[in-house]
Ligand binder design. Sequence first.
Ligand SMILES: NC(=O)c1ccc[n+]([C@@H]2O[C@H](COP(=O)([O-])OP(=O)(O)OC[C@H]3O[C@@H](n4cnc5c(N)ncnc54)[C@H](OP(=O)(O)O)[C@@H]3O)[C@@H](O)[C@H]2O)c1
Length: 342
Amino acid sequence: MNKALTVAILGATGAVGTQMLACLAEQEVPVGELRPLASARSVGKTVVFQGKEVAIQEAKPEAFDGCDLVLGAAGDDIARELLPEAVRRGAVAVDNSHAFRMDPQVPLVIPEINADDLSWHQGIVANPNCATIIGLVPTWPLHKLAGVSRMIVSTYQAASGAGEPGMAALEAEMKALVGGDSMPAPQAFAAQLVSNLIPQIGGEQYAGYTSEEMKLQDEGRKIMHLPELRVSCTCVRVPVLRSHSESVTLEFERAVSLEEIREALDQAPGVKLVDDLGAADAHDRFPMPIDTSDQDLIWVGRVRRDLSNPDEARGVSFWCCGDQIRKGAATNAVQIAKLLCS
Ligand SMILES: NC(=O)c1ccc[n+]([C@@H]2O[C@H](COP(=O)([O-])OP(=O)(O)OC[C@H]3O[C@@H](n4cnc5c(N)ncnc54)[C@H](OP(=O)(O)O)[C@@H]3O)[C@@H](O)[C@H]2O)c1
């Protein structure tokens, strides 16, 4: 990490790309040259990095000449087209899109869980889906404790999970609601989101489950090296600007006490335990998206027995929240990049 790196961000103007600029500086990645890349629409605009304005360039194969590291923050098609070009030109790419996640030649990595998988990368490393990261970071220490055999998850996903267009849509709807104006027609989501919940993220993929719901199963199995893990997930878009929340119920192979579970969570890297229903201040009682936005930890609370499990000692339910643009995307990618470069 002593060498100054030439770093490109593919999709530097979006929600994840913008956050990557901040994460690179916070995590002290030695950037010698930054190349912010986006569509032709953004040429002429600039981003600010380490106090200096840097011109956005159009994302074309030649833009990766001489790059050491590419951070992918664009859609699947663009990643599929351009990241192999970057690797051909000698760069290592860490991608946030879905394009390479389930490719058996590509490691899918959450550093707190499977950093060892970075050893077999062939130029591209995939960053998992944001809801996968937020659910798995606290699940992993409990798996190490008692062996997780089954996960039941409901997600409450922020509008910014759909990028800048998602945030803009919710903001416009909130403005219309407060101003008493007519609601804008839904664009980023299937329906109006303000004053509503939308139980559909992604298209139908398998047996009535959406693509987002199946990611938690498929990616979770790959990351935790648990090909038989049983997962059932329901993903819901909620009218929150930033930070996803999840209700998680786990079934274990072995009996484990709540004290052991709490201790494992308390000591787990990347996790903050906030679990005190009796605390005077609501902000200290349980995780809430308003408190977990713009920071890097996954907050966990409401840790309790799963009363529906016939063997109570083998079940737990908890609630967790995390900033999906940071740990669910940019922070995780920059952590991976640091490991690759070290
Ligand atoms: N938002 C999240 O919470 C989140 C979390 C985890 C993973 N992800 C994934 O991260 C990726 C980026 O998501 P986002 O939320 O940041 O999306 P976004 O806000 O919509 O940003 C998309 C970016 O892609 C660029 N882009 C669009 N068309 C392009 C083209 N033809 N060539 C080059 N660049 C192009 C855009 O540039 P212009 O401004 O020029 O159009 C913009 O910089 C997606 O794959 C998403 O699934 C997102």
